[in-house]
Design a protein around this ligand. Structure first.
Ligand code: NAP
Length: 299
């Protein structure tokens, strides 16, 4: 298999982390010790894996990290009062509540309760508004990771038709907002498709850059893309596999058939996934700098 067209997210993520490490060291010289607190409610196995990965990434970069575990039956009030404490703790720069939350807790209420200055996910409506306005406080992690991959591989978005399949608040919408901005690494013509879109292949086939954020394994087939397209696969889906774990990860794109056909493509795993964590590290350092009246780098 010719792998020349595969965009290596691990390599790009490492380059971001190298940059963040320098920023961490500079902040420490100024007496600021960046700290991220992650709150996990319950023991969802996938969430536990993500939280562990975030903790390890912090450790490697010299960012202090703290994980607070709440019981799966914790009430909304309990979580809100914990966030209240973290909001008021000057040593905590970033707060991340791992989603999804158990059904007794309203995700949106929790997101809105986090101090926007500590919102490392860029989920708070205040920060979403700043992003839409083109003056972001932090960048949304996964979409910013997508942009970093495009930047690293010098894939210009200016004037390109970017088609995003998926309109979630976590990926699709913020990716659209980021890529339509009037700036050097955006300036794209963006189309957002979703489950009510009619004749999806006729739209995806127009994409110069196709971003798949659907959550359906191998949904994007070869006959849905054009040959000179760059495909960015955000999807992370577990499918049954005959291995020790009993599953393997696949994206929203039918990689085996699409990869040989298109110009460039991200794999799953090893594509967008590592970028999300790298951008979270960047955001932690950015908010730590901002909270201490320092000019952040990398936004
Ligand atoms: N790599 C990473 O770091 C990372 C980060 C976040 C998410 N993810 C992965 O990315 C995927 C998407 O995540 P998400 O949080 O955005 O998911 P989500 O909230 O479930 O949103 C999925 C979107 O896909 C659309 N969709 C569903 N079926 C469709 C169809 N048949 N045709 C066209 N559009 C369809 C939905 O449309 P409607 O709005 O009409 O329902 C929705 O907008 C998941 O696999 C998730 O695990 C990966």
């Amino acid at each position: 298999m010719n792998e020349d067209n595969i965009l290596n997210g691990k390599k790009v993520a490492q380059s971001v982390k190298d940059r963040v490490k320098i920023q961490v060291d500079k902040l420490k010289e100024k007496g600021v010790n960046p700290q991220l607190t992650v709150v996990l409610v319950g023991k969802d196995p996938a969430s536990q894996v993500y939280v562990r990965m975030k903790g390890k990434a912090c450790e490697k970069l010299g960012i202090l990290s703290n994980t607070i575990l709440l019981d799966k039956n914790a009430s909304e009030d309990e979580l809100l009062s914990l966030i209240h404490k973290l909001n008021n703790d000057v040593n905590v720069h970033g707060i991340l509540v791992q989603l999804p939350l158990p059904k007794q807790i309203n995700d949106q209420k929790v997101i809105e309760y986090i101090n926007p200055q500590k919102d490392v996910d860029c989920f708070h409506p205040h920060n979403v508004g700043l992003l839409v306005n083109g003056s972001p406080y932090v960048l949304p992690c996964t979409p910013a990771g997508v942009v970093e991959i495009l930047k690293y591989y010098k894939i210009d978005t200016e004037g390109k038709h970017v088609v995003i399949v998926g309109r979630s608040n976590i990926v699709g919408k913020p990716a659209a907002n980021l890529l339509m901005q009037k700036n050097r690494f955006a300036n794209a013509t963006v189309t957002v498709a979703h489950s009510r879109t009619k004749d999806l292949p006729s739209i995806t086939k127009q994409a110069d850059i196709l971003i798949a954020a659907i959550g359906m394994p191998q949904f994007i087939k070869k006959d849905m893309v054009k040959a000179d397209c760059t495909v960015i696969d955000v999807g992370t889906n577990r499918i049954d596999a005959d291995n020790e774990k009993g599953y393997r990860l696949v994206g929203d794109v039918d990689f085996d058939n699409v990869q040989p056909f298109v110009e460039k493509i991200t794999p799953v795993p090893g594509g967008v996934g590592p970028m999300t964590i790298a951008m979270l590290m960047q955001n932690t350092v950015t908010v730590a700098a901002r909270q201490n009246g320092l000019e952040p780098e990398g936004v």
